[in-house]
Design a protein around this ligand. Structure first.
Ligand SMILES: [Cu+2]
Length: 503
């Protein structure tokens, strides 16, 4: 891509903590875009003005490990970026949305040098990987200042589960803005036993609102800022993208078997995915494989969740759609009072031509670990809450865990290495909060009153408004200090995050 616009860089510099994503309006005055853009109530036909003609799905470049090592140099940069078929002032790793797909195997080492060409602090989180949070590992406390570089070393254990994971910035206070601006990419951990498929696709789903530049004026447009109300609800972009594209087309022949690695990289939007007319099998959700892969009609991904899917193709044209999800309303509004978006079409799958030959059957996966009958060292109750608070800039609301806003210098939970714990996650607020624990996956015991019938492992689990979710966690390795938080990234930035230390 070309040089970064100087105005853009200044725009980023001017925003500071809790600021806006891109500070330059298309009229070229250099004035920041006013905050409070109506993201939540905007129409959502997923066809923004200037919608480009339908295009084939493009995939991010793939960087693959060799001889157990994946060495990557990436730059987080803001400036003119190809997004939604247009040139937009956005951000991206190496100027792309999404960033490159990193493909590794269990036991591999990733050495990732991230250069920060933004005008604000950033860092990197490898979401879902079961790796050390210490030092230059998956450490959310690292701060990479503008102009600086930092080299991460991420060592995957030999028994790391396969699946699709992702990376994104995790610098508190700026996570939602930076992800919304385009900083995210997929990580695939390959299977020990290869699954025979015709082809594999990575589908990173994100949402964005683009202001300015439409209507043939020739302006570049910019990623919209989020106002206080958007942050409280958790911003949802007007346009939902797959690999940075609006409604791309996928082509296949009948009788093929495709493997889709789907990432929900939206800041706040839940995705209730449908692909009518096709046979969809869920292989895994977050990490690992489900105990018995089975046909599904829908897959619901909270922000941060990923799905590993098989699509067995039938002739015809099918739409990949996201049904609206009611995730509650902020304080003072009744559930259901918030305008809920209509169905969004994400992509179109066109299946025609000669029928493909049959493939070998899908190998069975080993039975997953089950902690449901394991004695636990202790139980804890962890409460996600929204309260009245004096916090500046978000009205009167505070977003807390156990009544406290995030403080990186305070350790909220201390866990002895080797213990298994049971946590009851309580949501005392009228909005859903998808709970994410770094490093150690959670076995979901129940969500609300819904008991899990078979071992279900997640790294993001929803805690429905006014209800509780029970999980069990084995802190069997990877000692260190890291975080747990709401994965509505605006809520995390507003304080709904705590610190855990395992030693
Ligand atoms: Cu939340």
């Amino acid at each position: 891509m070309g040089a970064i616009s100087r105005r853009m860089v200044l725009g980023w510099a001017a925003i500071g903590l809790g600021g806006i994503v891109t500070g330059v309006a298309s009229c070229g005055t250099g004035q920041p875009t006013p905050s409070g853009s109506p993201l939540v109530t905007a129409p959502t036909g997923n066809a923004p003005s200037g919608n480009p003609p339908t295009a084939q799905l493009a995939e991010p470049p793939v960087l693959r490990s060799e001889n157990g090592l994946l060495e990557v140099a990436m730059t987080a940069v803001a400036g003119a970026t190809k997004l939604a078929g247009r040139t937009v002032r956005a951000a991206g790793y190496d100027g792309r949305v999404p960033g490159p797909t990193l493909r590794v195997r269990p036991g591999d080492r990733m050495v990732i040098t991230l250069r920060n060409a933004l005008a604000e602090t950033t860092n990197l989180h490898t979401h879902g990987l079961l790796v050390s949070p210490q030092g230059n590992g998956d450490n959310p406390f690292v701060e990479i200042e503008p102009g600086e570089s930092f080299t991460y070393e991420i060592a995957l254990p030999d028994d790391h589960p396969p699946g699709v994971f992702w990376y994104h910035p995790h610098h508190h206070g700026m996570v939602a803005d930076q992800v919304f601006a385009g900083l995210f990419g997929a990580i695939v951990v390959e299977d020990a036993d290869e699954i025979p498929v015709t082809r594999e696709r990575v589908l990173v789903i994100s949402d964005v609102t683009i202001t300015g530049g439409g209507g043939g004026g020739g302006g570049a447009g910019a990623v919209a800022s989020a106002g206080p109300a958007d942050r409280m609800m958790g911003r949802e972009g007007e346009t939902v993208l797959v690999n940075g594209q609006v409604r791309p087309v996928l082509n296949a022949r009948p009788g093929e078997r495709e493997r889709w690695r789907v990432v929900n990289a939206c800041v706040s939007r839940f995705l209730d995915l449908r692909l009518s007319g096709q046979d969809l099998t869920l292989l895994g959700l977050d990490s690992g494989r489900v105990p018995s892969p089975s046909r599904v009609d829908a897959v619901v991904l909270a922000p941060g969740n990923r799905a590993d899917l098989l699509v067995e193709t039938r002739a015809g044209t099918s739409l990949l759609e996201a049904e609206p999800v009611d995730r509650g309303a902020p304080m003072g509004m009744m559930r259901g009072a918030r305008p809920v978006a209509s169905v969004v079409t994400l992509a179109e799958l066109v299946v025609d031509g000669a029928v493909a030959g049959a493939l070998d059957r899908v190998p069975t996966a080993p039975a997953p670990l089950d902690l449901s009958a394991t004695p636990v060292a202790r139980t804890r109750e962890i409460t996600l809450g929204i309260g009245m608070g004096p916090r500046m800039g978000v009205g009167m609301m505070s977003f807390t865990i156990d009544g406290k806003e995030f403080d990186p210098d305070r350790t909220d939970l201390a866990v002895p290495l080797g213990d298994v714990e049971e946590w009851t996650l309580v949501n005392s607020s009228p909005m859903d909060h998808p709970f994410h624990l770094h490093v150690w996956p959670m076995q979901v015991i129940r969500i609300g009153s819904q008991q899990q019938s078979e071992p279900t492992w997640r790294d993001v689990v929803n805690v429905p408004a006014g209800q509780g979710t029970v999980v069990r966690v084995a802190f069997d390795r990877h000692p260190g200090r890291t975080v747990y938080h709401c994965h509505i990234l605006d809520h995390e930035d507003l304080g709904m995050m705590g610190v855990i230390e395992v030693a």
